[in-house]
Design a protein around this ligand. Structure first.
Ligand SMILES: O=C(O)CCC(=O)C(=O)O
Ligand SMILES: [Fe+2]
Length: 367
């Protein structure tokens, strides 16, 4: 079965009826040059597919699950069991939830967002040093998702760095590497605890999911996003509808809002709650759970007056791991997905356009 939200590749926009953006070193530089009153260049008009205009529902926002992370490690068996149950329900129904009492300090979250922002504030020539079009590169700076492969671009600059097993954060601005290292270390610990709770919620041994992903060489990916003010935010997106190619993404931002998750046929606006971490379930968890967990479809909307910075810390399997549904979950049921080497999956997904759940859909076994 294809994913619930069927997405086609955005149609090519006719030329030359509209203005196209001139080459600029970054969206940040481009936004500053054209100002807020300008018209959006047509090659950034990503809402040309009518399905992207699906209704936005505000009432569902209040139902987004909030998990008290500290209860997952409670020594009281009843409290622990209830937390595991709530976690499993959030992963099944939403594929998205917030965690609170996660042990990451407010100061650390504030500092890592500030350091990330400061990276984007470096002069363009200094950032260009990290621009690299290869998805295989452990460190790359750029705009949109994949400028070479897309017909329509997204209003976003990014820095993508592998942070585990190798740690590739740039050594500028001063202090960036240190604060990012601390954040990444804690993020990996939180993720491992979530894997334990999720495994238990599926009736498996606590280490089942971490085992399926490879314990020591598991992948961690630091995706820093900068979304400058956009002159016509109602026409463009910061990121198109997609699911993350990894397993668990821990997402924080500078309090502006803009993320929407797809639920029950509607887009739901996620309101940032101070101190919480947003958690996205990605393709690899949908795959190993044979579809029991939902890799959440999400997109990023824009505004025309303030810069949003977000940090998506994504966690996935080792690149050399062959990932497939866990046999104990499939048992006598129908096998929903073929397996695949994760390194290959990652490079394929990063080297093409970002379109919905199209990469995972290639592994679905049709009935
Ligand atoms: O900026 C956001 O809120 C979401 C970022 C995201 O989805 C991603 O980087 O994969
Ligand atoms: Fe994402």
């Amino acid at each position: 079965m294809a994913s619930a939200y069927a997405i086609s590749v955005p149609p090519q926009i006719a030329e030359p009826t509209n203005i196209h953006a001139p080459k600029a070193p970054s969206i940040k530089a481009f936004a500053e040059a054209i100002g807020q009153a300008a018209a959006l260049p047509s090659n950034y008009n990503s809402l040309v597919d009518p399905r992207d205009k699906d209704e936005v529902d505000d009432s569902l926002a209040a139902l987004i699950p909030v998990i008290d992370f500290s209860l997952l490690t409670s020594k009281d068996p009843e409290i622990h069991a209830k937390a595991v149950h709530d976690l499993g329900k959030a992963c099944t129904e939403w594929g998205f939830f917030l965690i609170v009492n996660h042990g990451m300090s407010d100061n650390l979250m504030k500092d890592v967002i500030e350091a990330t922002r400061n990276f984007f504030e470096l002069p363009d020539e200094e950032k260009q040093e990290f621009s690299d079009t290869s998805a295989a590169s452990p460190l790359r700076y750029g705009s949109s998702f994949n400028v070479q492969a897309e017909s329509v671009h997204f209003w976003r600059d990014y820095l993508k760095a592998f942070t585990h097993p190798q740690f590739s954060i740039p050594n500028k601005p001063a202090g960036f590497r240190d604060v990012a290292a601390e954040y990444c270390h804690k993020g990996r610990e939180i993720t491992k605890e979530l894997y334990r709770g999720m495994s238990e919620s599926l009736g498996l041994e606590a280490n089942a999911i971490a085992d399926a992903f490879g314990f020591d060489t598991d992948f961690q990916f630091y995706i820093a996003n900068l979304y400058p003010p956009c002159p016509q935010p109602e026409l463009a997106l910061g990121q198109p509808p997609h699911s993350d190619n990894t397993a668990i993404t821990l997402l924080i931002e500078n309090g502006i809002g803009g993320l929407q998750v797809y639920q029950r046929g509607k887009w739901v606006k996620v309101k940032p709650i101070p101190g919480s971490i947003m958690v996205n379930i990605g393709d690899q968890l949908e795959l190993v759970t044979n579809g029991k967990y939902n890799g959440v479809l999400h997109r990023v909307t824009l505004n025309n007056n303030v810069t949003r910075v977000s940090l998506a810390l994504a966690h996935g399997p080792s690149f050399d791991k062959f990932v497939c549904p866990i046999p104990e979950i499939v048992k006598d049921g129908k096998l929903e997905f073929k397996g695949m080497n994760y390194g290959e999956y990652f490079y394929n997904q990063q080297s093409t356009q970002l379109v919905g759940k199209s990469r995972l859909d290639l592994l679905r076994i049709s009935s």
